[in-house]
Ligand binder design. Structure first.
Ligand code: NAD
Ligand code: MG
Length: 412
């Protein structure tokens, strides 16, 4: 076990969760139109007396947001309509023309997103924005000292130290939504993080898990997006196929639980039934299992780390028979090792890693880049930008922009 004398406390503290108060848990939902956002709304519709959306944000899809909010209103007709932020200017102009919306709109652009994140009536902020754009609202919610159900792992990859320092000052609590990190929280179930010896994150292996190296070049976008077990947004689905998702999750686990990188392992587990494992200091191992359904970790966070009744698929162990595990293949999937190297280097490197990955994934989704080129773009961008410490959000965002420029030139 490695030295645990970390300068900053972990983000996850147990027991945690929204403060107990009468009435429903009031939720500010960032990224309402995405995969996690829609599942949050699904849960709010299932629990109209226990969950209430008080603010909702989206980037461009105002029409879809309107449909989602209409569904919510039908499930809880007495609830006041939520405040709304649309970060895209054209979407905000369209939204302002909807009956009853103008007065509910928060500020334009990223300011409105941060206003929603710091919304004074919210007990919990669900950050389900994708990418580094999630960092500023995470910091806004942390500054308010509120409880954050964090799906946006990129916040911690880009600004883990900033978020930890801010949370130590404000007392904000972060509850993981990512299934692996929720599994770890569920395994801890009230135990202190200093009882942990090591963490093992499971990985489905992604859509190309069984493809031979020489065929990866031929993978089409449809092949990459055909995830074997989870139905998620496009970026995280591509990240799963490259194993970058697991690299980002190693960094996320480090900041959430304060465990050194050397003590965070990864195994490929094709069934996605064991969501992650904790080895304690006496050799006892706890694992959390369940059918792959993101509403389970999401509801666990929203419920303040309790198990509310939810009709999900139940595990039939006899039918499953065997659980398979394998080591990740560093040759076919080099992104995991790139992420580990950047994580160990710290400072600028994880910011560059994330920015280059976002550009490369966007290139693949736009049909400009082949699957193996994602790792090449990231490696070249990391090599082009000198390492070093990062002093504050402004510098982190400047490094992010510089990395995007260099990666875009390499991914053109
Ligand atoms: P998604 O692409 O389906 O949705 C993203 C949401 O963020 C949308 O509502 C979009 O409008 C909004 N958004 C996008 N760019 C934005 C920007 N620049 N500014 C403001 N808002 C913006 O993504 P997703 O799959 O729901 O993933 C969200 C986050 O959760 C990611 O960090 C992902 O890694 C993480 N996560 C997702 C899943 C899953 O099952 N989808 C599982 C684990 C973790
Ligand atoms: Mg995950």
């Amino acid at each position: 076990m490695s030295d645990r004398s970390a300068a900053l406390p972990p983000l996850y503290r147990c027991p945690a969760g929204p403060p107990a108060r009468p009435g429903p848990v009031r939720v500010a939902l960032l990224g309402a139109t995405g995969s996690i956002g829609r599942q949050t709304i699904d849960l709010a519709r299932r629990f109209p007396d226990r969950l209430r959306i008080v603010a909702a944000t989206a980037a461009t899809r105002d029409e879809e947001l309107a449909e989602l909010l209409a569904g919510l209103a039908a499930a809880a007709p007495d609830a006041p309509p939520p405040r709304i932020a649309l970060t895209d200017d054209a979407a905000r102009v369209r939204a302002a023309a909807r009956p009853g919306w103008r007065a509910r709109l928060l500020s334009p652009g990223g300011t409105g997103l941060c206003e929603a994140a710091a919304w004074p009536e919210a007990d919990v902020v669900v950050n389900a924005v994708v990418g580094a754009a999630g960092l500023a609202p995470t910091l806004a919610a942390v500054a308010r000292g509120t409880c954050i159900a964090l799906a946006n792992k990129e916040s911690l990859v880009v600004g883990g130290d900033l978020v930890r320092a801010a949370a130590a000052a404000s007392g904000a609590v972060l509850l993981p939504v990512d299934s692996e990190h929720s599994a770890i929280a569920q395994c801890l179930a009230g135990r202190a993080v200093d009882e942990i010896e090591s963490l093992t994150l499971t990985a489905s292996g992604g859509a190309l898990r069984d493809w031979p190296a020489e065929r990866l070049r031929e993978a089409s976008l449809a092949d990459v997006l055909r995830h074997p077990t989870w139905n998620m947004g496009p970026k995280v689905t591509v990240d799963s196929a490259t194993l970058m998702n697991k690299g980002l999750e190693v960094i996320e686990a480090h900041h959430l639980f304060g465990v050194p990188y050397a003590d965070i392992g990864v195994v490929v587990h094709p069934g996605s039934l064991v969501h992650s494992l904790v080895t304690f200091r006496d050799g006892a191992v706890m694992a959390q299992l369940g059918a792959p359904d993101m509403r389970v970790p999401l509801l666990y966070a929203l419920a303040g780390e309790r198990h509310w009744p939810l009709a999900t698929e139940r595990l039939d162990l006899v039918r499953i028979g065997t659980l398979r595990f394998a080591a990740p293949d560093p040759v076919r999937f080099p992104c995991l090792a790139l992420a580990r190297r950047a994580a160990e280097a710290g400072g600028r490197a994880p910011i560059v890693l994330n920015a280059a990955n976002e550009i490369a994934v966007a290139g693949l989704l736009a049909g400009r880049l082949g699957f193996p080129e994602i790792a090449v773009v990231i490696e070249r961008t990391l090599a082009a930008i000198p390492g070093g410490p990062v002093d504050g959000l402004e510098e982190a965002l400047a490094v992010d922009q510089e990395a995007r420029r260099i990666a875009a030139a390499g991914a053109a």
